[in-house]
Design a protein around this ligand. Structure first.
Ligand code: GLU
Length: 270
């Protein structure tokens, strides 16, 4: 099935998780970062306005600092994020520059989005950058943010799934794509249930769907399906389509913007 979205999608937000950007060893996945830069640059050249929401700061900082494992203490996570964010932007800047694209860094916290004046400034900044043909790269300002602290096993700082939906709303996007280490939303956990089936289309986030999605992600990232459903809810409320797809095939973005039936699409009223 191909949805008739070609005319509709003009402004696109793509979110990539730490598991797409780093290897099992914690090193950068340069192949994926390069592919991402190439595909997003190409989409920009095709007339789409593109915003990238990128995780990875803590994971990349952990490796760069030669820490044995991802830190658990908040201040160490914040320190790792400060180091990793810098390295991550350096690599993005380099890869996007290969395709003659300019990127910008935007770091934000929950408070920035909640405060009306700050959020208006953010909105205006996105508008100006996109008008200038710049590709904004967004992450949570992990070194100052502690608003969304949770004491769960893997989630301490805020999650970028929710952040990306907030960004999609802030910049009036038409589509949010979450590139993950999973093909989409399944009716059971495919890691433990091989018979699990992919759900292609969701119109509404029901309590049953939430129960089905379960929790946690991998050690390199923080999100799981629960945070993706929060993001979907925020998008559905704002009339923005959202797709969860596997980040191992970044070229799928070409088909996704054309409405191809890849991963799980959340869209109301179809
Ligand atoms: N902002 C965190 C980072 O860049 C990750 C949050 C997430 O993976 O959702 O490391």
């Amino acid at each position: 099935m191909v949805l008739d979205t070609q005319q509709k999608v003009r402004r696109l937000v793509v979110k990539v998780g730490t598991s797409t950007l780093t290897r099992e060893t914690g090193s950068l996945n340069l192949l994926n970062m390069e592919r991402l830069a190439r595909v997003l640059s190409d989409l920009e050249g095709m007339g789409y306005q593109v915003v990238l929401v990128s995780s990875g700061a803590i994971g990349i900082g952990t490796k760069k600092l030669r820490l044995m494992e991802r830190p658990t203490e908040l201040k160490m996570k914040q320190a790792a994020a400060a180091v990793g964010q810098c390295m991550m932007m350096h690599v993005y800047d380099k890869f996007f520059a290969e395709y003659n694209r300019t990127v910008a860094q935007i770091l934000l916290t929950g408070e920035d989005v909640d405060a009306p004046v700050r959020s208006e400034h953010l909105h205006n900044t996105f508008e100006s950058l996109l008008e200038l043909g710049v590709i904004p790269i967004v992450n949570e300002n992990d070194s100052v943010s502690s608003a969304e602290i949770e004491t769960g096993q893997c989630k301490v700082l805020g999650d970028n799934d929710t952040l990306s939906a907030i960004v999609a709303r802030l910049c009036d996007a038409d589509l949010l794509v979450l590139l993950s280490d999973i093909d989409g939303l399944y009716d059971a956990d495919p890691r433990t249930h091989p018979e699990a089936r992919l759900i292609h289309h969701v119109e509404e986030i029901t309590p049953q769907l939430r129960a089905m999605a379960g929790g946690a992600g991998t050690w390199r990232g923080t999100g799981g399906m629960a945070t993706k459903l929060n993001a979907a809810q925020l998008c559905l409320e704002a009339g923005i389509d959202m797709v969860i797809a596997n980040g191992s095939r970044i070229e799928a973005l070409y088909e996704i913007v054309n409405g191809a039936d890849i991963g799980t699409r959340f869209s109301g009223g179809r």
